[in-house]
Ligand binder design. Structure first.
Ligand SMILES: [Mn+2]
Length: 326
């Protein structure tokens, strides 16, 4: 049996499950969580969908999102735990790996190359553009109907993790699956509206505050912007409004690595890393305890904003120079 088949068989037989994903939820983690939760509920299973952070407003259209609860509100941990889009269990929140002892079987479905294969059953494939591609492959092997609601969740996951089907991770298979999900009834008008046509004004004001911080180094091959805690407060933007900003430095001609530094409360900085063609940003993020993919990764670093910028830019510079000799 392949990993897909054994996971499909385990899920098909499940009477109860928790589906869990990472903090600061994105479209792939939410879409994958909800697609699985909806499919399992369709089979009559009792399912809790879990996320430590609130669902960002831009994803409030996702069917079933209102059922997502934080780990602290789960009184009895079910015997089956399905983790999606998460490199390790702590990505679901500090201390979450304690659930390992409270549950029976752990299923790990992910497309991050830095995944630690922590599950009893693991489906980890770095070639998948989104975890949702793997979720679809599993659902196809299960006695479930892929409803328009499930298709909407999976399409949203594909669209967000590929930067609206632009990034290098988007393959012919991704496009075929997107077409399939449209045929299955994914609600494109609603997806379009929520993802791209109703940005909060405060988010655009945050972009205005971030653009003056734009800095280039290493012959214009590394570019970054910063978002201070004060900027976030002054604009009234929410942390999730900063998520797409890293694409601005990355999009500049000649830039290979784009970075965004966002100040967090408690003397920490969240770093988003993106590259275009040669630099493995997963390797840079890994130096600071983070991870992700070759072209998109992240990490959280202790220290003040300026110090973290200096450290991470230097590390990116080293990777850049490394790339010259490969
Ligand atoms: Mn993902």
């Amino acid at each position: 049996m392949t990993a897909i088949e054994s996971i499909a068989a385990t899920l098909a037989a499940a009477r109860e499950a928790a589906v869990v994903s990472h903090i600061i939820p994105d479209g792939d983690c939410l879409g994958s969580t909800l697609a699985l939760a909806l499919a399992l509920r369709q089979r009559g299973a009792k399912v809790v969908a879990v996320n430590a952070d609130p669902v960002p407003e831009m994803f409030h259209f996702l069917p079933g999102q209102e059922t997502i609860i934080p780990p602290a509100r789960v009184t009895e941990v079910p015997g089956l735990l399905v983790m999606v889009d998460s490199t390790d269990m702590e990505r679901a929140g500090e201390g979450f790996s304690r659930w390992r002892q409270k549950t029976g079987t752990v299923i790990n479905i992910d497309h991050h190359v830095s995944n630690t294969r922590f599950g009893d059953l693991n489906l980890v494939d770095g070639r998948a553009a989104a975890t949702a591609e793997l979720v679809f492959a599993i659902l196809e092997k299960m006695p479930v109907t892929i409803t328009p609601d499930i298709a909407t969740c999976l399409y949203t996951a594909l669209a967000t993790d590929t930067g609206s089907f632009q990034y290098e991770n988007c393959t012919a298979a991704t496009m075929r699956l997107a077409a399939r999900l449209m045929e299955l009834g994914a609600d494109l008008p609603r997806i379009r509206e929520y993802l791209w046509e109703r940005k909060p004004l405060a988010g655009i004001r945050l972009l205005a505050a971030a653009l003056p911080t734009l800095t280039l180094a290493y012959d214009g091959r590394i570019a970054w912007m910063t978002v201070s805690g004060t900027a976030l407060e002054a604009t009234g933007a929410r942390p999730e409004d900063a998520e797409g900003l890293v694409n601005y430095p990355r999009s500049i001609a000649g830039v290979e690595v784009g970075l965004l530094f966002r100040e967090l409360p408690g003397g920490q900085v969240k770093v988003s890393l993106r590259s275009k063609k040669s630099v493995d940003v997963n390797a840079i993020a890994a130096r600071f305890g983070g991870g992700g993919h070759r072209r998109a990764a992240g990490c959280t670093v202790k220290g003040d904003l300026d110090a973290v910028v200096a450290m991470v830019v230097a590390a990116a510079g080293e990777e850049l120079n490394d790339g010259r000799f490969h």
